[in-house]
Design a binder for this molecule. Structure first.
Ligand code: KIV
Length: 278
C-alpha cells in the first residue's frame, strides 16, 4: 500500500509506529521498500556513507537529485523523503522553494526534509504552500556540525530543552507534517511527541517517538567510520560482504571461478572454421 503524508497522520492517530530507513540507490531502495518500511529517507548522510566526506556540508543539490531519483525508481510503496542539502534553503525563502521543487520534480520526492526550528519556519511555510510536504529536523542537526563542535547529544539543559519544545511546536505550526528528533534525551522526545499532533521520528531519541529512522548502512554494520551509541546492528552485512569479496578473490586466483556453468558455448563447427580463417 502506498505510504503518503496521510499514512503518517493516520499511524500517529492509531498509535502505530512509523518506520523509516535511509537509502541512496535503486537496489537498496527496492529491498527497503519490499521489506515494508513505511518511508525511505534519501539523507544527506550520503555525504558520509556514499561519498566518503567527514560530514554532510559538501553535499550538493545535484548529489541529492541524482541519488533521490535512483531511490524513487526503486520504490513502490514507501514515502520517499529527500534531504535538502546545506545552503539549499538557509539562504532565502525563494531558494528554499526552488530547490524543494527540484527535489520533487527531478528527484521524484514525495516530501523534503530540512534542518532547523524557528529560523527556517518561513521556508517551511513557503515550501508547504507550494504543495511540497516538509519533514523538519531538530536536535543534532548535522549541517550545523561546525557550530556544535562535534556530533554531540542536544537539548540536555533546561534552556535548550525548552527551545526544542518551542521549535517543535513552531515547525508544526509552519506546516511540517513530521519532525525528526536526533540525539535528544528520551524523556524529552517522549514529551515532545505527546505535545505534537504531527508524528516525531526519532534517531537516538528513545522509544517514545512516533517512529524511528536509522541510516541503513549503520543498522546493517556496513559503515565502519564511526558508530553512534544509538545504532543497533540488526545484521552483520559488512562482514558478509567482505567474506563474499574474499571468496571471489580466492576463487579467481585459484582458477575455480568462472566454472563451466558460468560460461557461454560456441558451436564446434563455428569454432573450427574460425581457427581455419584466422
Ligand atoms: O541524513 C540523514 O540520514 C538524516 C538522518 C540521520 C535522520 O538526516
Amino acid at each position: 500500500m502506498k505510504n503518503t503524508v496521510v499514512t503518517f497522520q493516520e499511524m500517529k492517530a492509531k498509535g502505530e509506529k512509523i518506520t523509516m530507513l535511509t537509502a541512496y540507490d535503486y537496489s537498496t531502495a527496492k529491498l527497503v521498500d519490499e521489506a515494508g518500511i513505511n518511508s525511505i529517507l534519501v539523507g544527506d548522510s550520503l555525504g558520509n556513507v556514499v561519498l566518503g566526506y567527514p560530514d554532510t556540508v559538501s553535499v550538493t543539490m545535484e548529489d541529492m537529485i541524482h541519488h533521490g531519483a535512483a531511490v524513487s525508481r526503486g520504490t513502490k510503496d514507501a514515502l520517499v523523503v529527500i534531504d535538502m542539502p546545506f545552503l539549499s534553503y538557509q539562504t532565502s525563502v525563494y531558494d528554499a522553494v526552488v530547490n524543494a521543487g527540484r527535489l520533487m520534480k527531478e528527484g521524484r520526492a514525495g516530501a523534503v526534509k530540512l534542518e532547523g526550528g524557528e529560523e527556517v519556519c518561513p521556508q517551511i511555510r513557503a515550501i508547504t504552500t507550494a504543495s511540497i510536504p516538509v519533514v523538519a529536523h531538530l536536535g543534532l542537526t548535522p549541517q550545523s556540525i561546525n557550530v556544535f563542535g562535534g556530533y554531540k547529544s542536544q537539548a540536555r539543559d533546561l534552556k535548550s530543552a525548552k527551545k526544542l519544545i518551542r521549535d517543535a511546536e513552531l515547525v508544526q505550526e509552519a506546516g511540517a507534517f513530521a519532525v525528526v528528533l536526533e540525539c535528544v534525551p528520551a524523556r524529552l522526545a517522549e514529551l515532545v511527541s505527546s505535545r505534537l499532533s504531527i508524528p516525531t521520528i526519532g534517531i537516538g531519541a528513545g522509544a517514545g517517538c512516533d517512529g524511528q529512522v536509522l541510516v541503513y548502512a549503520d543498522m546493517l554494520a556496513m559503515f565502519s567510520d564511526f558508530r553512534p551509541k544509538f545504532v543497533k546492528a540488526f545484521a552483520n552485512v559488512g562482514e558478509v560482504m567482505k567474506a563474499g569479496f574474499k571468496a571471489y578473490d580466492e576463487e579467481v586466483k585459484a582458477g575455480t571461478y568462472p566454472a563451466e556453468e558460468h560460461t557461454y558455448s560456441i558451436d564446434d563447427e563455428v569454432f573450427e572454421q574460425l581457427l581455419k580463417e584466422i
